[in-house]
Design a protein around this ligand. Structure first.
Ligand code: SF4
Length: 370
């Protein structure tokens, strides 16, 4: 089927149960058929109508004419020594999408992308070099999870552990707010993937209006905010989005969000450590003072930078990271060092495409701060 035709078709994976029921009613079929198809797509994780053998041949043919069950294709897959799997996928219109599956003892984590490329220009991130290619649809977000689970466990197979999701792949998730929230609603369906928002973390570079909006939503994912610098001067340089929403404004919104937290909800700051740039003792003191001034109690995840061709930064030494963490702790700020996974396949966020070539648009890299 040509790409043009496929792109005009309805992508069923991105439909809510109600939308699916409407489409099925249009085909003159009863509502229970929609429930059957929803379960086939999301619980059984089938990616073609031919596999849905509990549907009549006629219905499968009618569906194939107006809709598609799958739009992403896996271009390549890398498996790390530690079991981390990284996928380069392609949309129906040829754009790169990157997803990482990280097996962990208690739960698996899937790091997914919300955009192909990214319009923000964080200086420590390879994805920034691609610019924004396109925001992904809800269906494309959900499909990344389906593909990763099927590859790890087999099509439709029950997963032995629970699944956590993190929107820390390529793109700024809050610039994909509507498709992201729709994808989360679809994935939370008990008759489908059943991954509830409480299992999802969204990492933002600091889109202030969306942080405020998220604070008003009841069923919402956990929030992580990437800081990367303790002063506006340095953050303007590392994360130019700071010129639009400077630190004080960002942290005011974070405070509002923190005040809206319910029991069991998590809110964290991410801080990528770049050797000699933002990792000195004075930066740690400034960061602690900043968070304390805004009376923020959120913990800070310190993320060791993975060096990559095309990025002008080196990772901080383990001693430097420890010293940074100690200073934060001494000033009452809880900090943790994020253990990098899949280093041998460049699976730490923001690093993945380094090997593939940052000039090649088919080689995206993930959100550095995740
Ligand atoms: S770090 Fe995230 S927000 Fe910044 S350019 Fe990279 S993908 Fe975009």
């Amino acid at each position: 089927m040509s790409k043009a035709v496929q792109s005009k078709q309805v992508h069923l994976t991105g439909l809510t149960p109600d939308e699916l029921t409407e489409l099925i009613a249009d085909l003159g079929e009863p509502a229970y058929r929609a429930r059957q198809i929803f379960a086939a797509l999301h619980r059984r994780r089938l990616r073609s109508f031919e596999e849905m053998t509990d549907l009549s041949k006629e219905l499968r043919a009618a569906l194939a004419e107006r809709a598609t069950a799958a739009t992403l294709t896996v271009e390549s897959r890398y498996i790390s020594e530690d079991g981390t799997r990284r996928y380069l996928m392609k949309t129906h219109d040829g754009l790169p999408v990157e997803t990482v599956f990280i097996p962990e003892e208690r739960r698996d984590t899937i790091c997914f992308s919300s955009q192909s490329g990214c319009p923000l220009q964080c200086s420590f991130c390879l994805t920034a070099k691609l610019g924004l290619l396109r925001t992904l649809t809800a269906g494309e977000i959900v499909e990344q999870i389906i593909i990763a689970l099927n590859d790890a466990y087999g099509v439709g197979a029950k997963t032995p552990r629970g699944t956590n999701l993190v929107a820390m792949g390529a793109g700024e998730p809050f610039l994909a707010f509507e498709p992201l929230m729709k994808a989360l609603r679809i994935m939370a369906e008990p008759t489908g993937l059943y991954i509830v928002p409480n299992r999802v973390t969204v990492s933002t570079a600091g889109i202030v209006p969306r942080i405020r909006e998220l604070a008003t939503i009841a069923a919402r994912p956990h929030l992580a905010v990437s800081l990367a610098a303790p002063t506006d001067e340095l953050r303007d340089e590392l994360m130019p989005i700071n010129k639009k929403w400077p630190l004080d404004e960002l942290l005011d919104a974070c405070k509002e969000f923190e005040q809206s937290l319910k029991p069991g909800e998590r809110f964290t700051f991410e801080y990528v450590l770049l050797d000699g740039v933002n990792d000195r003792d004075e930066h740690a003191r400034q960061l602690a003072n900043l968070l304390n001034r805004h009376q923020l109690r959120a913990k800070v995840n310190l993320i060791p930078h993975n060096p990559a061709e095309g990025l002008p930064y080196r990772p901080s030494s383990p001693e430097r990271i420890e010293s940074f963490k100690r200073i934060l702790a001494a000033k009452g700020v809880r900090a943790f060092v994020r253990r990098p996974r899949g280093r041998d396949i460049y699976a730490a966020c923001g690093q993945l495409a380094a090997r593939r070539n940052v000039n090649n648009l088919n080689a995206p890299a993930l959100h550095q701060t995740g």
